[in-house]
Write a protein that binds this ligand. Structure first.
Ligand code: THU
Length: 133
């Protein structure tokens, strides 16, 4: 499973988004260390604050399936003409379960891809500083 394939799976997952309010579909594909991939999409609600992002949805689904370790995450936003990075809430939740070097790829519809890491998206994270020792 390479990062291009993982990104394609994230784009496919975006088609399952429930986003009637924003009309902004997001898909996430989380590669687990057992080789499986858990995909998810954003799920909105008429009470807007209840919206769940694709990234958190994928992570929580994977954990609920018993996945313990994670290898990479791809996020695809086909309705954006620019690469969309994970929101602050998703960075915080992800950082609980992955280390600083964890690769994260994101892109929109214009073909630009950003390859980054958990540590770049959330530097000086105390949990990482403790767990990476
Ligand atoms: N969204 C995500 O699912 N992930 C992101 O990284 C950015 C935002 C969702 C939340 C909401 O359903 C829609 O995109 C617009 O913000």
């Amino acid at each position: 499973m390479d990062s291009t394939e993982l990104f394609t799976m994230a784009t496919e997952a975006a088609s399952r988004s429930y986003s009637p309010y924003s009309r902004f579909r997001v898909g996430a594909a989380l590669l687990c260390d057992d080789g499986s991939v858990v995909t998810a999409a954003n799920v909105e609600n008429r009470s807007f604050g209840m919206t769940i992002c694709a990234e958190r949805s994928a992570l929580v689904a994977a954990l609920a399936q018993g996945k313990k370790g994670f290898t990479a995450l791809a996020i695809s936003c086909p309705d954006a003409t620019y690469p969309v990075s994970p929101c602050g809430a998703c960075r915080q939740v992800l950082s609980e379960f992955v280390s600083a070097g964890f690769p994260i790829r994101f892109g929109g519809s214009d073909g630009r891809i950003v390859d980054t890491t958990m540590g770049e998206l959330m530097p000086f994270d105390a949990l990482h500083e403790l767990s990476d020792r």
